[in-house]
Structure formats: C-alpha cells, structure tokens
Design a protein around this ligand. Structure first.
Ligand SMILES: NC(=O)c1ccc[n+]([C@@H]2O[C@H](COP(=O)([O-])OP(=O)(O)OC[C@H]3O[C@@H](n4cnc5c(N)ncnc54)[C@H](O)[C@@H]3O)[C@@H](O)[C@H]2O)c1
Ligand SMILES: O=c1ccn([C@@H]2O[C@H](COP(=O)(O)OP(=O)(O)O[C@H]3OC[C@@H](O)[C@H](O)[C@H]3O)[C@@H](O)[C@H]2O)c(=O)[nH]1
Length: 392
C-alpha cells in the first residue's frame, strides 16, 4: 500500500487501500464512493445489483472530459446471495464495507423472509470470507437494534420519561427491546442484531478486525426512490422519499398513527465524514460499535412533515397546501404486523472519544439542500406523469 501524503488522527501516514464496498450502488454507498473518489486516493471495488446512483462516478457525463479519478472505481454487478466472484473480490481488498440490505420498513412485515435472509443469511459469507482471509470489515447495522426505549414502557404521566437515562441509546449499555414475534416489523432489527453478535463473536474467538456502524436516520439526495418515477408506483420508500413524493404531487403528507414517533435526522454528508474517519483510523475504530446520528436534530414525524412543507414551499416557490397532512393508521399504510420505534437519540460518547467526530448540519439546512435536489431532479417528471395519467 503506497502512502497518500495524508495523516490519520494520530499523525501517522495513511496508506492508499483497496476497498470492496458491497451495496455501493445504494444511497449511502453512492455518497461514500463520491467522497472516496473526490478526497482520497483509495480504490473502490463497487459491488451491487444496481449502478444508477453511481453512474456519474463510473462514466463521464455526455460530452464531459474523462473522470478525474480515472479507474480508481470499478463496478462489479453481482448479487452476493449467489455469486462465487465475491470471495475473490474480498481477497483482493484491504478493507470490506458491507452496506447491502433490504432496509425499508414497508418490507419488514410484508416480506419478512426476504428481510431476514438479506440482513442475516446473505451477510454470513461476507463475514466468513473476511475472517478466513484476515480482512478488516466495516459492517452497517442500524439504530433499529435498540428497538423501543425503556421510557416507552413507563406510565404515560411518569416524570421518569423525561430522564435521558430512560431514552438515550448507548452502544455498550442500552438493551435491545423488540415487540412480539407477530409484530414482524422487528424481523429486520432482529436479523441485524444477530449479525452484529456473530461479527462480535468472530472478533472475540477468531480475531476478526471489525467496526459496526449503527446509522440513525441518515437522509439526503438519492435516498430511495420516488414511486412511479424511478421506482415502483406502489412502492413505499422511507419517510424522506414518501413526504417528498407527496410534496411533488401536491398531496397531503400521510402521518402514520398520528406522526407521534420521534426521530433524529442527520445529513448524509455529515455521516459520511464519520465513516471516512473509521476507514482511515483502524486502530481507533476496530472492535467498536458506533452510533452515527445527530442528537440535536430531533423532531416528531408530524414536525418533520410541517418543516418539509415549509422548506419545499421556499425552494419550489409554490404555495404550501391548505391541508398539509392527513392521518392514516399503520395497518392501512404498512399492513398487519407493523410496529414502531418511539424515540431515537444517539449517545455520542464513544464516537466522540474514539474519532472526535460531531455532526454539523441543522435539520432545516439539510432539508433545504435535499428538497432543492428533489425539486430539481423530479418536479418535471412528476408533472408529466400526472398529466399523462389525466389524459389517459
Ligand atoms: N439510510 C439510513 O438511514 C440507514 C439507517 C440504518 C441502517 N442503514 C443501513 O445502511 C446500509 C445501507 O443503507 P442505504 O440507506 O444506503 O440503503 P439502500 O437500499 O439505498 O442501499 C443498499 C444497497 O444494497 C444493494 N443490495 C441489497 N442486496 C444486495 C445483494 N444481495 N447483492 C448485491 N447488492 C445488494 C441494493 O441494491 C442497494 O443498492 C443498510 O445495511 C441499512 O440497513 C441505513
Ligand atoms: O409516509 C410516511 C412514511 C413514514 N412515516 C413514519 O415516519 C417514521 C420514520 O419512517 P422511516 O421510513 O424513515 O423508517 P424508520 O425510521 O422507522 O426506520 C428506518 O430506520 C433506520 C434504518 O435501519 C432503516 O432505514 C429504517 O428501518 C416512522 O414512524 C413511520 O411510521 C409516516 O408517518 N409517513
């Protein structure tokens, strides 16, 4: 590995590495590939079944000059479920980052088998090949492994609910609290928890060098899809894309069960800074589980809908809807077996201590840049789709 002229947090030179990134064609993967190409000399073997979100990194835009990073990124179209090329790619790499997963809540209770296979069974060979070949692994888990807060089980009027001890989520002390088995919502969280335990055990018993990332609602451009435009008409993406779709179509935003659940949202570009620190500081990141979120950006889903309505009106120049939201039941929206995390505030002690990292972007600012992107990318296509539907 050649030196890059850059230094890590301890002042040691960072060597250029080859990274096998599985799930590189998704939302997080596309931003991570962009960062690695623009700011580092590392090579990426990008593995995915789709490449649309990284097309701009793989080939020059029409009429454009050649790409500044040349062939430092290579796309390998393969499904990790059943492709013998995976082990070879892992052997060629210094670091493996696994992002591949089914990770939209609408799938957890309606396609629980696919969800469990994707998040546990399909990740097993990746862990095994890393362990057998002595390769470092950064595995993407989720904040959903915490499930519900302890506070949510206290009486509604208990003052203890206001005590952070009962709701802040801490990697090394908080329990994982899921619903009953028929609440299939938790199939995803449970599969992610088991793969975390397996990776941890590979570290303890076989010396696997690993880092586990628990993202707390990372959002930004290229997240999921807009139904009927670049994804299935009946598809249900995560909340940012659901609400963007409603705004683009001038229809009320749907609040599931009153929109009372709380989330902290972090701008994808802030979160990617944290991942780059993990990549380039293995001695500080190995053996760690990291919350990556923004504890200062907490809102209820209802507040998120109200803020997105205001921001979208600002960036599009369109007047906000007179009735901006409507309530829907979770059964109607997601079907049988849905359940929800009540509140998600990440404890930041470990990531502050190990990597000195903190997020920067406020919720308003991140929504402004994201909704500007959504409007620029989709408004015309949505308008055309609506007029086509009216004409037919
Ligand atoms: N975005 C978030 O806020 C968030 C929150 C918690 C956890 N995560 C985790 O981070 C990871 C990435 O999330 P994302 O938001 O980028 O999701 P995403 O759906 O945009 O990206 C996942 C990518 O993995 C690919 N993939 C899935 N199965 C594959 C397979 N069998 N073979 C090859 N490629 C496959 C998909 O095609 C997709 O491009 C996931 O593991 C997810 O559980 C994300
Ligand atoms: O149109 C919608 C969509 C969603 N919602 C609500 O908005 C909240 C957030 O929904 P999201 O679709 O972003 O998904 P969640 O935050 O529940 O889970 C996510 O968390 C972390 C990751 O592992 C996954 O990306 C996903 O499981 C939920 O309470 C959901 O019920 C609405 O009220 N209306």
């Amino acid at each position: 590995m050649a030196s890059t002229g850059r230094v890590d947090l301890d002042g040691r030179p960072i060597k250029a590495m080859t990274i096998c990134m599985i799930g590189a064609g998704g939302f997080i993967g596309s931003h991570l590939c962009e960062k690695l190409m623009a700011e580092t000399p590392h090579k990426v073997l990008a593995v995915d079944v789709y490449s649309d979100k990284i097309k701009h990194l793989l080939e020059p835009q029409s009429g454009g000059a050649s790409l500044p990073w040349g062939d430092r990124i290579q796309f390998h179209r393969l499904n990790i479920k059943n492709d013998s090329r995976l082990e070879g790619l892992i052997k060629m790499s210094d670091l493996i980052i696994n992002l591949a997963a089914i990770c939209t809540p609408a799938d957890y209770n309606t396609r629980p088998l696919d969800t469990i296979y994707s998040n546990f069974i399909d990740a097993l060979p990746v862990v095994k090949y890393c362990s057998e070949n002595g390769k470092r692994l950064i595995h993407f888990s989720t904040c959903e492994v915490y499930g519900k807060t302890i506070g949510s089980f206290l009486p509604k009027d208990s003052p203890l609910r206001q005590d952070p001890i009962y709701y802040v989520l801490k990697e090394d002390t908080s329990p994982c609290i899921f619903g009953s088995i028929e609440k299939q919502r938790w199939s995803y969280a449970c599969a992610k928890q088991l793969i975390e335990r397996l990776i941890y055990a590979e570290g303890a018993e076989n010396g696997l060098e690993f880092t586990i990332v628990r993202p707390f609602n990372w959002i930004g451009p290229r997240m999921d899809f807009i139904p009927g435009i670049d994804g299935p008409s009946e598809g249900v993406p995560r909340v940012l894309a659901c609400f963007s779709n409603n705004l683009l179509r001038h229809e009320p935003l749907k609040l599931v069960d009153g929109g009372q659940s709380q989330r902290t949202f972090i701008y994808i570009k802030d979160a990617i800074e944290a991942v780059l620190l993990m990549i380039e500081n293995p001695t500080r990141a190995n053996g760690q589980i990291f919350n990556v979120g923004n504890p200062d950006n907490e809102v209820t889903v209802r507040q998120l809908a109200e803020m997105m309505t205001q921001v979208y009106s600002k960036v599009s120049g369109e007047a906000p809807l007179e009735v901006p939201t409507i309530d829907v039941s979770s059964k109607e929206f997601y079907g049988e077996g849905y359940d929800d995390s009540d509140k998600r505030i990440p404890d930041m002690t470990i990531i502050n201590r190990q990597l000195g990292w903190n997020p920067k972007t406020s919720l308003w600012d991140l929504l402004e840049s994201t909704l500007t992107y959504q409007h620029r990318t989709y408004a015309e296509a949505v308008k055309q789709a609506i007029s086509k539907a009216v004409a037919s």
